[in-house]
Design a protein around this ligand. Sequence first.
Ligand code: ADP
Ligand code: MG
Length: 336
Amino acid sequence: VSVVNRIAAGEIIIGPSNALKEILENSIDAKSTSIEVLVKEGGLKQLQITDNGNGIEKDDLPILCERFTTSKLEKFEDLDSIATYGFRGEALASISHISHLTVTTKTNKSPCAWKCFYSDGKLIPMKPKTSSEPKAVAGKNGTQILVEDLFYNVPSRLRALRSASEEFHKILEVVGKYAIHTGHVGFSCKKFGESYNSLTTRSDLPIKERIRAVYGSAIANELVEIQVLPNEDIGLVQCFAQITNPNYGQKKTTEVFFINNRLVSCDPLKRALNQLYSVFLPKGNKPFLYLALEINAKNVDVNVHPTKREVRFLFEDEIIEYIVSIVQEKLTSLDS
Ligand code: ADP
Ligand code: MG
């Protein structure tokens, strides 16, 4: 059974940056306003996420890493309109099957923090022959998730992963994209043993300043906002975008796409926009684009893939066409 669980877990958690994405989403769901990420060896040795959110009740800790343990689904109909990121209760369970997982958490009602070790979905004793109860420790409100030795029991996956520096780069990319989109949260990310942060944002910075903090002034100074009106007929509730001026050129396109607050890839939209850039941008110039869509939750299917990266939604063609036409209008007006 544990081998099967490990294989299933490896399908959800592909690398350190996937694990991080799941943990960040949990922290955001828990109403945090500050999230700190600490990384050792590209997250393979250690990945530590500290938030100041709601925390987890002591009574919930023994089953925290059992599959399908989620506090986010009240009734089955909720699947139609999922407001929070998580809802399947698979992330922590998966991580516990393929790493050494330590959770330290405190709600504001609890007099102390509770610390737990997990392995293969279960709460385990901290030392042999001690009890597998949460241990009382000092700590602040919020949750700290420590993932150590990711894939220690999946050697093939370890071999397939690239270098620690590439994994760190992917981690920074995930933190950076969430930092841009989730303005009410301040983020930081640093490597273990280094005194400076590789990335920091304060909470409640304006969008351009968040993009500046993550991608630098060269991009931030060239940003133009794109106004997209909602369109109820096709289930487009809201759309917000920032794109660099066509005269700004970078060699590679940077796209930050969020749909219903999830960092996703939407290949058909990407393709359509790329086609547009190739017509409207001077040769060799590639844009930075931040696009946040809110689509009627009833129309979205986020269950296509366990990693929840690729999203399907109703009126996909119509919505893509609509967005492309507005981006095109903007690029035309900036061109003249
Ligand atoms: P899901 O997010 O799908 O519910 P997870 O495995 O990601 O499943 O998390 C399981 C549960 O653990 C969550 O539903 C939540 O109750 C709790 N949890 C996880 N991380 C945090 C956190 N940082 N703060 C508060 N609660 C958390
Ligand atoms: Mg989750």
